[in-house]
Design a protein around this ligand. Structure first.
Ligand code: FEO
Length: 420
């Protein structure tokens, strides 16, 4: 049944959707587009020993949330407030909820405590809370909620909550998407597949290894219903959505390099051919190192998205950019800006390039790579105008040094032709 007006909707015996619809939202968290808004899903579970509220809504939708909550429970009946995730789109109504139901016991993951403290400030000390881990239980008398820790999906604090008797998984952001449709259920709403994959790509993709760990925990629960914090409630083939997370976390094609060699990608842009010549030398030098497979790409010849896919599977990446107006060129920044959607921590990084006056591009790129938690073991070569044969030898040595570092055969060394 669709939520007419501001009605709560029963999604299982004594389990109600008490969330809010936000059909007019077009951009979520500044980075995510949505063509038809989103929902903030919150739920109320009634047991013999009281009512558990699971998540709330964005603050400006608190009115809808409280209206629906009051249809299914009195505040004094609320014994538990379960916070699967502390981001403001799910905790906007928590401070007011706790003022109205101060006796409620808060359940939050261990990593969520700092965020809870920031949310409730001095008021936190008035309330009772439990820090949860996988397997911990919230007892509602005749029914139990068990917690499944799912860190980094997509924040460190995230957890799922499983209602055992209905095999109902309250999954937080996991298995959610930004799609607003008052028909609520996946078998009734419009086609939301694009939105589901888009959401995964932008929210969960950087944490693929954590996704696989979470799926390993969730699949054996065999949920009959998955109630995420955004988008449709998954009652038709819910396990297909769990399995889709496994598929989306693995490559479509096998990575022919992985497991046999380290993969090093050399990207470049070149205005007059100088940085291109440097790139070729870096590529050749790196190619001399056994155990490293090197690839060379001109950024002028490709779209960003496939390059991001390549980078996700690579062990190291080097960017060649000329310096124009004191900066690296835009296509390089476009690729670097797109790396927010993948895990880059621990990859090897480097930069090189030619310049006319000041050569800022190389250190700027290196700073960005460090900001992405990559290691930058060698200071990259910079060449004024076109490289000489001697400078190309240095570029070759730089490529070799990077590859040796990747292969674990190196000693740190700094090269900066601008200083020579
Ligand atoms: Fe829907 Fe991560 O908040």
């Amino acid at each position: 049944m669709a939520p007419r007006g501001q009605q709560a909707v029963e999604i299982a015996d004594d389990v109600h959707w008490i969330g809010a619809l936000d059909p007019n939202l077009r951009t979520f968290d500044l980075i995510l587009k949505t063509a038809n808004g989103t929902t903030y899903n919150a739920y109320a579970v009634r047991g013999a020993k009281g009512v558990a509220v699971i998540d709330t809504v964005k603050e400006e939708f608190s009115g809808d949330f409280f209206t629906r909550l009051e249809q299914v429970a009195r505040y004094e009946e609320i014994t538990a407030v379960v916070l699967n995730h502390l981001e403001p789109d799910h905790t906007g109504a928590v401070p007011e909820l706790m003022r109205r139901a101060p006796q409620a016991h808060i359940y939050v993951s261990q990593r969520g405590l700092k965020l809870l403290s920031a949310l409730l400030k001095d008021e936190l000390e008035k309330y009772v809370y439990t820090l949860t881990d996988t397997g911990d239980v919230c007892d509602l008398g005749d029914r139990r909620l068990t917690f499944v820790n799912t860190p980094y999906l997509h924040w460190p604090d995230t957890q799922c909550t499983f209602l055992e008797d209905r095999r109902l998984l309250f999954s937080g952001d996991v298995f959610g998407c930004h799609f607003c449709d008052e028909r609520l259920y996946n078998d009734l709403v419009g086609d939301f597949r694009f939105s589901y994959e888009y959401y995964f790509k932008h929210i969960m993709r950087p944490f693929k290894r954590y996704v696989l760990e979470a799926v390993d925990k969730i699949e054996p629960l065999d949920p009959l219903l998955i109630a995420p914090a955004h988008g449709p409630i998954l009652r038709d083939n819910p396990l297909d959505y769990v399995r889709s997370y496994r598929k989306l976390s693995n490559s479509y094609l096998p990575n022919e390099v992985e497991g046999k060699e380290k993969s090093l990608l050399v990207f470049y842009m070149s205005a007059y051919g100088a940085t291109a010549d440097m790139a070729r030398s870096v590529y050749e030098g790196a190619g001399e190192v056994e155990g490293v497979r090197v690839s060379l790409y001109d950024l002028q010849g490709g779209e960003i998205e496939p390059f991001v896919d390549l980078i996700e599977g690579a062990d190291g990446l080097v960017f060649g950019s000329p310096t124009i107006n004191g900066d690296a060129v835009k296509p390089v920044w476009d690729v670097l800006a797109s790396l927010i959607s993948i895990e880059t921590r621990g990859k090897l990084g480097g930069a090189f390039g030619s310049y006319g006056w000041s050569g800022e591009a190389v250190p700027m790129i290196e700073d960005r790579l460090r900001g992405l938690k990559m290691r930058v073991p060698e200071k990259g070569p910079r060449v004024k105008f076109h490289p000489t044969e001697g400078e190309l030898v240095v570029c070759r040595a730089y490529g070799r040094a990077l590859a040796e570092s990747l292969a674990g055969k190196t000693r740190p060394k700094e090269i900066d032709l601008a200083d020579l």
